[in-house]
Design a protein. Structure first.
Length: 326
């Protein structure tokens, strides 16, 4: 091989190696040899408990979402505050539930295979398994994530999309994670299950522009109903409202039906109608089948589950999900 050709070969090789190092090396059945019962243990626990508390499925998929949007899907949302305030104590995560649920799964897996299965993988697997139990879509969860050792409150505030975000902000926050407008629409579809406190949207009802007014993008009849029967004042932080009224435990297309009727609960829901691309995507989903929605949702959440993951020798496998190994 000529020197010039050899030099070109090595340059290409280096570029390929660098490119490979930036992509997650996750794989389906990563624990097949190191902990063959791991996924079965997680699935069994989820199946046994989500049937009794189906609302927890929404909490777990939300936890997965919040984890992946800060430092990638590395379980950093699970860490307790120590010398610094962790993600768990940031305003977007104060209403996240399921930490004890993940801890209980972790203890079972640790008993089977100490120090092998990451907390990050447990979040990803339990989110998928919980949605399946409720009759929702399934998706592939390649594993091999490692746990992060850093968790900062400020990064959660900066990176996690909020219910009051407008379209421009949502687009930016998703793009920062390598997600596009189609992913924004599909992942918003997870609002088809779950609940919210009034304080996450009460400004839309009582003080949208700071003048004691109502958000004009919200259907007035729906707003009146919320004020009369649910959120009776702007500071109500105890009343729970369904994000997808009448269908909160069913993973279906009705969320998008509410959005097009201007009855999306959050400003971030209404924002999907303010851009021609996302509005068109919502319309297409409603015109398609439930099976199509499931298939498209699976693609987006699989993509989300690989955001900036730590693999190989990066991070660690935590013994306890809330604590960095000593």
């Amino acid at each position: 091989m000529k020197m010039e050709s050899l030099s070109k070969y090595f340059k290409v090789l280096i570029i390929c190696l660098l490119a490979a190092s930036t992509h997650a090396q996750l794989e389906l059945g990563f624990y097949a040899k190191s902990c063959p019962k791991a996924e079965q243990i997680i699935q069994k626990f989820v199946h046994e408990h989500i049937r009794n508390v189906p609302s927890l499925a929404a909490a777990l998929i939300r936890m997965h979402f919040h984890d992946c949007f800060v430092r990638g899907c590395d379980g950093s949302v699970l860490l307790n505050s120590t010398t610094n305030q962790a993600e768990k104590d940031a305003p977007p995560n104060l209403t996240v539930r399921g930490f004890d649920f993940i801890d209980r799964i972790k203890s079972l897996v640790e008993a089977e295979c100490p120090g092998v299965v990451s907390c990050a993988d447990i979040i990803a697997l339990s989110a998928r398994d919980s949605i399946v139990v409720t009759g929702g879509p399934s998706w592939k969860v390649p594993t091999g994530r490692r746990d992060g050792v850093i968790s900062n409150l400020s990064e959660s505030i900066q990176n996690i999309p909020a219910p009051f975000n407008n379209f421009t902000t949502l687009q930016t926050l998703f793009a920062n994670q390598g997600l596009d407008l189609k992913d924004l629409v599909l992942l918003s579809g997870a609002h088809t299950i779950g609940i919210s406190l009034c304080t996450s949207f009460s400004n839309r009802l009582y003080n949208f522009t700071g003048k004691g007014d109502e958000d004009p993008s919200l259907d007035s009849e729906y707003a009146t109903n919320l004020k009369t029967f649910k959120c009776k004042n702007i500071n109500d932080n105890t009343t729970i409202v369904e994000m997808d009224p009448g269908s909160r435990n069913t993973f279906d297309l009705s969320y998008y039906s509410h959005v097009v009727k201007r009855r999306g609960l959050f400003e971030s829901d209404s924002a999907l109608l303010t851009n021609s691309v996302t509005k068109s995507l919502v319309t297409q989903l409603l015109q398609g089948s439930l099976e199509n929605f499931y298939a498209e949702f699976a693609k987006s959440i699989e993509k989300m589950g690989q955001i900036k993951v730590k693999t190989g020798s990066q991070g660690e496998i935590r013994k306890h999900c809330a604590l960095v190994n000593s």
